[in-house]
Design a protein around this ligand. Structure first.
Ligand code: PRP
Ligand code: URA
Length: 209
């Protein structure tokens, strides 16, 4: 079964509180989302493989570690996932970026796929799927289905805020996928919004309504 990691780092929690605040405007919301994505990426890359090299220091030759060059891919779920991409790329700039476009039908809450573009070597890459919100879980499950259908084997899912309902369904649908969360909130409301949440992530990020 996939593991669920909730990041309780003080910097992440502090910035997340500012993101939740309804008085935080688009510019600050965008900057804070970017910063939290970077902090989360630091933790999520903790298990990247290393290899040993020899480096010449000014004093002597030394055996030291460098990244083994694992191929990585970041896949934002459009739209709101876009807000987390640059933050992750700051730490892993060589990663390729795929996109999965999904929106939640406001009536049925079911995800509707409208766009998929992934790196050509899907089978050789490890992927981090990013989206600020994991609510019912439908969008994350569908995005990961889409990646797996095209050959992706190793996938992590990273979000700012998750509802217990979404975490449960995502674990059930994709038991091989580890889930990384900045906050596990209380519940979903009758409209499928996370409580207390942050509202509509896409609208707050892009200044739409
Ligand atoms: C939001 C959010 C997730 C999805 C989560 O996107 O960014 O993708 O809802 O909900 P779920 O877990 O119930 O599927 P939305 O559909 O509002 O699209 P947008 O990013 O284009 O605004
Ligand atoms: N999507 C959002 O943007 N916010 C929620 O609370 C749930 C789904």
């Amino acid at each position: 079964m996939g593991k669920v990691y909730v990041f309780d780092h003080p910097l992440i929690q502090h910035k997340l509180t500012m993101i939740r605040d309804k008085n935080t405007g688009t510019k600050d919301f965008r900057e804070l989302t970017d910063e939290v994505a970077t902090l989360m990426a630091f933790e999520i890359t903790r298990d990247l493989p290393l290899e040993e090299v020899t480096v010449q220091t000014p004093v002597c030759d030394a055996k030291a570690k460098v990244l083994a060059g694992k191929k990585l891919g970041i896949v934002p779920i459009l739209r709101a996932g876009i807000g987390m991409v640059d933050g992750v790329l700051k730490l892993i700039p060589a990663a390729k970026v795929g996109h999965v476009g999904l929106y939640r039908d406001p009536e049925t809450l079911q995800p509707v796929e409208y766009y998929v573009k992934l790196p050509t070597d899907v089978e050789d890459r490890d992927f981090i799927v990013v989206d600020p919100m994991l609510a019912t879980g439908g969008s994350a499950i569908e995005a990961i289905n889409s990646l797996k259908k095209r050959g992706a084997k190793n996938i992590k899912f990273m979000c700012l805020i998750a509802a217990p309902e979404g975490v449960g369904l995502l674990k059930e649908a994709h038991p091989d996928v580890d889930i990384y969360i900045a906050s596990l909130d209380e519940k979903l409301n009758e409209k499928g919004y996370i409580v207390p949440g942050l509202g509509d992530a896409g609208d707050r990020l892009f200044g739409t309504k």
